[in-house]
Design a protein. Sequence first.
Length: 86
Amino acid sequence: MSIKDRHLEFSPLSGRITRDGFTVEVKIYRFVGDEADWALEVIDHEGGSTVWNELFATDDAAYEAFRLAVDEDGIGSFLEPGETLH
């Protein structure tokens, strides 16, 4: 079976998050049937994507990495260049 034939399993922690007037979509996923680690991706309102290079042992750990990034750098760190939080 090739990778393109596989389906993704999304964590229930995935979803839209709004802060400071901006909404991003958090996607935490892995291949269906895999007990592999979870990937983390954040998509901004214009479709720009930020993907973590590391994988996470649990979906909770992936969400915590997202939460820490927002707490430390703000939700604006996920917006396309040129976007500001003003």
